[in-house]
Design a protein around this ligand. Structure first.
Ligand code: C2E
Ligand code: MG
Ligand code: MG
Ligand code: MG
Length: 284
């Protein structure tokens, strides 16, 4: 009996695995077309000054408008893009599109501040990242200082000569460097000294727990202190409640980002949000 059960389980597991494999192979093939067919879109999430509420930047977050599956989020396809090597092409498109969009907003008098773009660890292994970055800046005419590259600690953990050189060059160009999900990686703090990023983004897990967990509050205050001491700006990610916002303001965090302020928004929605915010500001 146990044997039959085992076999049934095995074949269930087996078909489940097959199904998943099939599904991801299919997605991988479709991803190759998605870029050329214009199925990728960027949503933008505002980052605001913790004290004045002024919008200081927007972060570009990629989505895939899949023809049959609907809107897919990065968690559903970035991994695949990395495994299949499509991430490089996706990254080129993302940088170009984000810079183009910022130039368009500037030309129309819509002031979103800087543009922040996520770049994955794999892209940092290829020196062509610099070429596509400079091409995106040149094509759009935006200044290097208006662009911020968000890298995760995984880039720094897997630090290679190539990634070091790319980061060094970004600094020379004046492109901003932000460490994303700060505090969740396993790398040492030595890279802060070596690479001198411009910004730390406190991971949303610490921000989320700040309401209930005094250790998380201590970590947030610690990161703010560290950032201040090193002359870096500090952004809190994942601000979802007014209580979290109040705590972060008290802690001296410079910039806030999260659903409480705004969700990642499609272009039109972001423009509407900006207009509404402006109207409110001028009304008082
Ligand atoms: P991330 O860069 O740390 O971005 C923050 C993520 O948290 C985003 O998820 C955002 O929608 C979400 N978020 C923002 N505010 C809140 C909040 O208040 N509460 C909660 N629970 N979540 C919030 P998203 O858009 O699904 O992106 C996930 C990750 O995918 C990003 O994490 C980033 O690492 C990666 N990613 C996104 N776009 C790109 C891209 O264009 N290129 C690359 N290489 N990676 C990207
Ligand atoms: Mg990010
Ligand atoms: Mg993050
Ligand atoms: Mg992240």
């Amino acid at each position: 009996q146990a044997k039959t059960l085992g076999r049934a389980r095995y074949s269930f597991f087996h078909s489940e695995l097959n199904f998943r494999l099939q599904a991801s192979l299919e997605l991988e093939q479709q991803l190759a077309h998605a870029i050329a067919h214009g199925e990728l879109v960027l949503h933008y999430q505002p980052q605001v000054d913790a004290m004045s509420g002024a919008v200081v930047a927007v972060e570009a977050l990629v989505r895939w408008q899949h023809p049959t599956r609907g809107l897919l989020f990065p968690g559903q396809f970035i991994g695949l893009a990395e495994e299949s090597g499509k991430i490089a092409e996706m990254g080129v498109w993302t940088l170009r599109e984000a810079c183009r969009q910022l130039a368009d907003w500037k030309a129309r008098g819509i002031r979103v501040g800087n543009m922040a773009v996520n770049v994955s660890a794999l892209e940092f292994r290829d020196h062509r990242l610099l070429d596509s970055l400079q091409a995106a800046l040149a094509a759009s005419g935006i200044a290097p200082s208006e662009l911020e590259i968000e890298i995760t600690e995984s880039v720094l953990m897997a630090e290679t000569e190539t990634s070091q050189r790319i980061i060094e060059r970004l600094r020379q160009l004046g492109v901003g460097i932000a460490i994303d999900d700060f505090g969740t990686g396993y790398s040492s703090l030595a890279y802060l000294k070596r690479l001198r990023p411009n910004q730390l983004k406190i991971d949303q897990s610490f921000v989320n727990d700040a309401d209930t967990d005094s250790d998380s509050r201590a970590i947030v205050r610690g990161v703010v202190g560290l950032a201040n001491a090193l002359g870096l700006s500090v952004v809190a990610e994942g601000v979802e409640t007014i209580e979290q916002q109040a705590f972060l303001q008290e802690s001296g965090c410079h910039t806030l980002q999260g659903y409480y302020i705004a969700r990642p928004l499609a272009v039109e929605a972001l423009e509407a949000w900006m207009a509404e915010r402006h109207n409110k500001e001028t009304a008082v």
